[in-house]
Design a protein around this ligand. Sequence first.
Ligand code: ADP
Ligand code: MG
Ligand code: ZN
Length: 602
Amino acid sequence: MNKLAKSFVFILLIFLSLSLIFSAMSGLVITPEKISLSEAIQVLKEEQPMEVVLYPNKFEIVLNEEKTFVAEREPNVSFSETLQNFGFLPEEISALNIEVKGESSLTFFLSVILPILLPVIILGVLLFYSFRRANQGAMQIFSFSRSNIRLFAPSKDGITFKDVAGLKEAKEELKEVVEFLKTPKKFYDLGAKIPRGVLLMGPPGSGKTLLARAVAGEARVPFFHISGSEFVEMFVGVGASRVRDTFATAKKSAPSILFIDEIDAIGRIRGAGVGGGHDEREQTLNQILVEMDGFDRDTKIIVIAATNRPDVLDPALLRPGRFDRRVILDMPSINDREEILKIHSRGKTLDPVVDLREIAERTPGFSGADLANLVNEAAILAARRNKKNISQQELLDSIEKVILGPERKSRLLTKKEKEITAYHEAGHALITALLPGTALVRKISIIARGRAAGYTMRMPTEEKYMKTHSEFLDDLCALLGGYVAEEIKFKDVSTGAANDLKEATDIARSLVTKYGMSKKLGPISFDETEELIFLGREIATEKNYSEETAAKIDKEVFDIVNKCYQKTKKLLQKNINKLELVTQELIKKETLEKEEFEELIK
Ligand code: ADP
Ligand code: MG
Ligand code: ZN
């Protein structure tokens, strides 16, 4: 609309300037007075004209500077004949200063050419504009096939391995890549084959993107960054041509790094899709494979891809010669967490007595991104509390905020609700403390947070990567502790236990179907499911066992939960005094720290 208005104004301007030119020219030329032929003869006879100008069809009598007459000529008769016919003598005729002119070029232009030319010009201008507009649209369609690959100049980014905490093995693997990009000759001379693709695998927030950028920073080579989802568009065939374009761009500035983030968006197992759309993904993926196979020995490009779903990746991607280097990024261990906290508290004013180790101890299961978020939350909290620096308290408070969402002080529990919540949480805490399992009570609170009315923070005593059957059972009992405590005290249960029960049931089911920890069903995994993927979600799982077995599984799950329930009930009944003690203290203080709680139950 705007453009239309613009071109309209433009055309109007052309008209205006044309008419201006016309009027200017007509002003320059003295308009001659029109007279008849006989009058003209009269003038010629009586006056002494300066000049007579002959045109093909007319003649002008220039009398003096100001006065000019114009008259029609007789057709098909020469001017001198006309004069002779009117009785002019030959001497009189030769005395006249006669000048012969063709059609004046200006008048010819104005009268003959312009009327034809003007519409043509206007039409041309209009066509030009509309073509250009259409062309722009067309160009947009063409540029779909170009990738919006981003280039990070290594110096600008400035992220190096220094900025990545932990991830030792991953860094070690990637150092090789860096070295190759820096001195490829060293490797070629020994006949070493260079990896073409490195796949970074790790849960969300574990630092995959960060690490890839650090590699580029270390190697100081061009770093091309594109996300897997950017290959996929609404037009079929676009993805593949984008891949071609991406690789071509990266090749032009080799040695370079091509980073494909979230490759699972295109690299899913082929043929797993339902309905349309996956065809396009397949083609895109195929093109990536083709491009990577097309690397010759001298192609100095290393493709780094990142995913948090290695399980859904197409096996063809993982074949040698493609992403044959696989680097696993683990969740940070306690030492790594301390490191990450240190990195992210750079440039923030921390209280000098802050103990980051304690924060690291309290944050098992936090990813790098969670920790970065935690430090930031603490800074915001400190600012809101008008403090000069971030103290331990803000960091501790932020842990809970990151896990559970903000405190909801405004949500007031009724006296009865508060009592129920206190018993419930005390039940969780007491069972956790009484069973030898792996967890410790860090904190109990009946202040509402996020969607939970209260919570018991249980933390593993040490970093563990495996869990035994009995530890699972202890966890299950601790989960039931809240429900059982309510039941014992009030002979009634509330909806507050719904989440606990779901989690408990999930654990029991996993014990049976996943880990083979049920005596009755034996060491068999019943977990194999055919995934049907639709829009990236599982819509159906298929059992690979009979209905009979399904019934057995259900029975076994029920038995496990029930056994734990009985055990928990017995335990709490035996320790009813401690339960009362903890509950009353909770109602009074609302929050109990680890030390206070341990003192109470001694
Ligand atoms: P991913 O790509 O694995 O989902 P990112 O690389 O985007 O995760 O990490 C998100 C943020 O978390 C990073 O920008 C960084 O601030 C922080 N982070 C994650 N891991 C680390 C780490 N090992 N060291 C320092 N910071 C980290
Ligand atoms: Mg990422
Ligand atoms: Zn609970």
